[in-house]
Write a protein that binds this ligand. Structure first.
Ligand code: 3PG
Length: 230
């Protein structure tokens, strides 16, 4: 009996601790409502984009581990643009967690949920947003104490209909949908109260950065910010 009680207390304490550690990041994401997910072709492009994000009043960037310069880009952005909320995305291993945090990332985002990454981040007190797409994945993340989850790939996973269904079932969970979100469906997600913020690559796609199409990127950022401010 006493052992059971202790277990319950330990679980609730660790869940609460997780919430406290992440709360300041969650507050910022809730306010921003939109996060550009970016695969950077070079550090030079990273810095140019960071400057643009600040100028366009969207001071947040989620850098994927899908290109070779990711860690150096995070380091440089953290140094030169501390006003940007810096997140690391496509984090798949504990080594990547460590390198992202060392480079200055304020939180870790992963496309999926694994007990290994979840416990690694929790044990180190690192804000972690695991990805989920199905009820079982939501419940696994919930059991591990997470209440703010990436919903990926959102459009393939049923889009706003799934978001609405999750709300009726998982009433204390907030979602960050990414995957197929663009200017024309952004607001249909944001109108749901269980959405923390949305993310997407459409704002600053790698191919536009490679082609040097910064005017087009700036236009996309401005259009998105205008939509959010309406
Ligand atoms: C992600 O990692 O969140 C996705 O690549 C974003 O999906 P999108 O390219 O459809 O925006």
């Amino acid at each position: 009996m006493s052992v059971n009680c202790r277990n319950i207390v330990n679980l609730s304490q660790s869940t609460h601790m997780d919430a406290i550690e992440k709360q300041h990041i969650i507050d910022q994401l809730q306010e921003l409502r939109l996060v550009p997910v970016v695969s950077l072709p070079s550090v030079e492009a990273a810095l140019k984009l960071a400057e643009l994000l600040v100028r366009c009043r969207l001071p947040v960037i989620e850098i994927t581990y899908r290109t070779a310069c990711a860690v150096e880009a995070m380091t440089q952005i953290n140094k030169k643009f501390p006003e940007l909320l810096l997140l690391a995305e496509t984090v798949l291993t504990p080594d990547q967690v460590d390198s992202a945090i060392k480079a200055g990332a304020k939180a870790i985002v992963s496309p999926g949920f694994t007990p290994l990454l979840a416990s690694y981040c929790r044990d180190k007190g690192i804000p972690f947003f695991p990805g989920v797409c199905t009820p079982s994945e939501v419940q696994m993340a919930h059991e591990a104490g997470f209440r703010s989850l990436k919903f990926f790939p959102a459009e393939h996973g049923g889009g706003v209909k799934t978001v609405a269904m999750f709300k009726t079932i998982y009433q204390d969970v907030k979602f960050m949908p990414t995957g197929g979100i663009k200017q024309d469906n952004l607001m249909s997600y944001l109108e749901h109260e269980n959405i923390l913020c949305c993310g997407g690559t459409w704002l600053c796609p790698e191919e536009l950065m490679i082609a040097g199409q910064w005017t087009e990127i700036e236009t996309r950022l401005n259009e998105a910010v205008q939509l959010l401010e309406q």
